[in-house]
Design a protein around this ligand. Sequence first.
Ligand code: KG4
Ligand code: ZN
Length: 339
Amino acid sequence: MKILTIETTCDETAAAVVAEDLTVLSSIVASQDDLHRRFAGVVPEIAARAHVQRILPVIDETLKKADLTLSDIGAIAVAYTPGLAGSLLVGVAAAKSLCLAADIPLIGINHLHAHVFACQIAANTSVYPCVGMIVSGGHTHLYHFPDALSPVYLGGTIDDAAGEAFDKVASMLGLGYPGGPAISKAALNGDSSAYKFPRSFIRDERLDFSFSGLKTAVRYAITGPGNVDLSTIELSPQQIVDLAASFQQAVVDCLVAKAVQALEKTGLNRLCVGGGVAANQLFRRQLTETCAQKNVLLYFAPLEYCTDNAVMGAIAFERIKLNLFDSLDLDIEPGLVRA
Ligand code: KG4
Ligand code: ZN
């Protein structure tokens, strides 16, 4: 069976056709980065309107690229949670309409579970049971995944997500949007020990993260304590790359430490990492070294499936195996994180 998967949880309009053996027949991601760049973050209303304009052309192009029509598709999967309400509504409405028109079943999928399932796409063995870590623009969370569909929440950020911190710090440093790739590029020429930034909860037992204090620390390193006005400050090129490298190192240290703690706490020896920040090269390198030392089997999502995409929606096959379909009453659940 081939399924069409749809992803509109945040600011990417994406669709894919995937076969049961997880072969990707086509995948299209229409990025909205250009629309959100001048705000240094995603503006929900703009994102929703852009999804409305793009969703049908993206689906059409995805089917054409796979040389298929809707009549070749056995089911449609759509991410219905978590995400921005206006964005989710567009994908879910499109999926329901197409299911009704083609008389095929609908499968609602959880976007966070799908980010972890992205690791399964490239693995030639089951990646479950595992600790699943999602590090993206909207989420930084750890789960125990006994299987693909029923994770148990272990911990997560109490304020900003790691990707959000990358985006805001890049904006402070004038490095552009999205911030993750820009910071990691700048950091290549910087000294990661030039600035001492906080690593919240790193020695704490709880499996939580906090990045808002780190953001403030970077701001004060730029402006001086107590001053929040960035407009009058001129940083030298060396200061910019040193700040980028020191900030990136602080985030990566926290992510690696908590992943290790989650493995120790659950007794699992398999770790799956997905989400946009999982594309970060320093993070990939540092976590790979740590997991090798600890004999942990580490699976990163393939680079092309770290940031939002519809291919990871192939997690729907796990639901199909269990006969778990949804009715056309499926509603969005913007804030569902702990389930
Ligand atoms: O998974 P994603 O596409 O969207 C959400 O579901 O949130 O993640 C986007 C986030 C952005 O904050 C972006 O700055 C970050 O992932 N990101 C990175 C890198 N590439 C993307 N962060 C650090 N290093 C990268 N190389
Ligand atoms: Zn995502």
